[in-house]
Write a protein that binds this ligand. Sequence first.
Ligand SMILES: Nc1ccn([C@@H]2O[C@H](COP(=O)(O)OP(=O)(O)OP(=O)(O)O)[C@@H](O)[C@H]2O)c(=O)n1
Ligand SMILES: C[C@](O)(CO)[C@H](O)COP(=O)(O)O
Length: 236
Amino acid sequence: MSNTLWLIVPAAGQGKRMGATKPKQYLALGEQPILAHTLSRLYAAFPTAHLVLCLDNDDCWFSSAWVPFANWQRVSGGAERMDSVLNALKSITAQQDDVVIVHDVARPCVTSADLLALLHAANEHPSGALLAMPVADTMKRANAEQLSTATESRDGLWHALTPQGFRYALLRQALEHAVDHQRVVTDEASAVEALGEAPRLVSGRRDNLKITHPDDLALAAAIMASQAAQGSGTSL
Ligand SMILES: Nc1ccn([C@@H]2O[C@H](COP(=O)(O)OP(=O)(O)OP(=O)(O)O)[C@@H](O)[C@H]2O)c(=O)n1
Ligand SMILES: C[C@](O)(CO)[C@H](O)COP(=O)(O)O
């Protein structure tokens, strides 16, 4: 029996740091909301995947017209991002070694080439994999007054991105372990690391922006326009 590729998209956030009148995933990038762009990018790379979309129970902006997948379901979001992802894992009937890819709805600039590279690494490595990019700036430690008190070594330091991919059994065990230990994790890889596993870092494009703050919108639009001009968004 061929394994199902599961695609979990956490999209139940409120976008507080964006400070908009609606959750940021529904803000327009050109003619479409961010959510539609992200799902379109994911579909281009994984058209036969089973999508599990995490949405807030009070979400009044979502439209199924933005979902290109034939196989998909929605699930209630949770208090934190990790709770939304765990709700999605609990809502599916997966084989223990099925690969689960988790991607933020707030990252619409991800390319097919990066998505497929991540899937390959997640298939190859029992501890899973995540897109990431090496830190290129000098990293400062600030005190409560926002004064720079130290410089942290950037050797071996990476920015974690998404998607992140793991076998179903490992990811569910890792997130349930985090919940059991009342530990909030901000990405799936840190839950897996807490089990003593070491996911593979897959070097990803530096334009895989997570739209978080207001000035990220114009930046994302410029990235997508550049990708379209170069034919690099959904081309392989
Ligand atoms: N309880 C939550 C919180 C976040 N997310 C999702 O997790 C991703 C990354 O989170 P973030 O960028 O922090 O989004 P928000 O939580 O919406 O932003 P903020 O922290 O500014 O409110 C987003 O796609 C968001 O929709 C989620 O599904 N469930
Ligand atoms: C998962 C993530 O995008 C990896 O960088 C990030 O941890 C999400 O953090 P957020 O605070 O939920 O945006």
